[in-house]
Design a protein around this ligand. Structure first.
Ligand code: COA
Length: 330
């Protein structure tokens, strides 16, 4: 039976670094508050680059590392909540950037869980033997929508821009993406949302709604936190059970980098050792939404923490709410 495995990951973050001290100059916040509540020290913000443009940089890095050209790509999955345009989605635009017109491209907009949904679709397409490789691009430019004043401080300090590209390939070996489980619950849509433009409104986009701040993300941080720390461990255990793998055999957990306090709470609930078994690099990038897991995987690999044969678990929770986990035999 064909299995899907992660062959290569490439990443790109824009060069502009925004430290907590930089934010102190823009809004009523402090380095201490941000560090204590989230573990974030700095994040990267674009200066004019769009989501597909940073996605392209990550895709080029992944293709070069894999020794492939864009012409070798059979299928693109593009995950973001920050598309260049509402229509069309970024997937089709990537075929233009990569110079591969005609290549199928699917858009995923499952927020922080986008990587999990992308893995799930890639696994199904490869296991069904419809395709031999998939380029899963996760790219996020959140900074342009953030309110960088005191009014927006609860979200502005958390999010960063970044992109990753994961090349999945087919193998006959007993390795790769063993299971992916995903969930969603729209009852909590308003707990983390960007309200406008919206089909609730006529016109779809108005100065009035922009003036009300509806073009900015809003978040009920406490509710997100509360759900995240229960859903993360539950979905990780569900994915392990589905893969018939015991927790003790897990080499590394790479959670979506939402917040260090969430990561620590998950490690504690799963009785795993934070920093050793549960990977974190949020201090450098903040929350890069669907790009955060592959960026973290990329860095964990570079640090020698992920090696052939290891059992690696990735998991996410985010807007929607959406959540999921995957067990991978590297
Ligand atoms: N700097 C300083 N003060 C801030 C602030 C900031 N950047 N953002 C909010 N505050 C203030 C609040 O206004 C509030 O003030 P008040 O008590 O005078 O009303 C105070 O800090 C405490 O706010 P509270 O919401 O109780 O803080 P918290 O301990 O819940 O931490 C979060 C806030 C956002 C860090 C936390 O709720 C969280 O991590 N939630 C999950 C967020 C997340 O991960 N989202 C992405 C999911 S993919």
């Amino acid at each position: 039976m064909a299995r899907a495995y992660i062959d290569t990951i490439g990443m790109y973050v824009p060069p502009g670094v925004v430290t907590n001290q930089d934010l102190e100059k823009l809004m009523d916040t402090s380095n201490e508050w941000i560090l204590e509540r989230s573990g974030i020290q700095e994040r990267h913000h674009v200066d004019g680059e769009s989501t597909t443009e940073i996605g392209l940089k990550a895709a080029e890095a992944a293709l070069a590392k894999a020794g492939m050209t864009a012409d070798d790509v059979e299928y693109i999955i593009f995950s973001t909540i920050a598309n260049d345009y509402l229509v069309p989605g970024g997937g089709a635009i990537m075929t233009k950037h990569l110079g591969i017109p005609g290549t199928p491209a699917l858009d995923i907009r499952m927020a922080c869980s986008g990587y999990l949904y992308g893995l799930q679709v890639a696994k199904a397409l490869i296991e069904s033997e419809a395709y031999n490789n998939i380029l899963l691009i996760t790219a996020e430019v959140q900074s342009v929508a953030l309110d960088m004043t005191t009014a927006g401080r609860d979200t502005a300090v958390l999010f960063g821009d970044g992109a990753a590209a994961t090349i999945l390939k087919s193998t006959d070996e007993d390795r790769g993406v063993l299971t992916v489980v995903t969930h969603s619950d729209g009852r909590y849509a308003e707990d983390l949302m960007l309200r406008s433009p919206s089909t609730h409104d006529k016109p779809f986009l108005s100065y009035e709604n922009v003036d009300k701040g509806h073009g900015r993300p809003v978040m009920n941080g406490r509710n997100v936190f509360k759900h995240a720390i229960t859903k993360f461990p539950a979905v990780i255990m569900e994915a392990l059970e589905a893969a018939n793998i015991e927790k003790k055999d897990v080499k590394l957990v790479v959670p979506h980098q939402a917040n260090l306090r969430i990561t620590e709470a998950v490690a504690q609930r799963l009785e795993l050792e934070p920093y050793k078994v549960v990977y974190s690099n949020i201090h450098k990038y903040g929350n890069t939404t669907s790009a955060s897991i592959p960026i973290a995987l990329y860095e964990a690999m570079a640090e020698g923490k992920v090696n052939r044969g290891d059992i690696v678990v990735v998991a996410a929770f985010g807007a929607g709410f959406t959540w999921g986990a995957s067990v991978i035999r590297w």
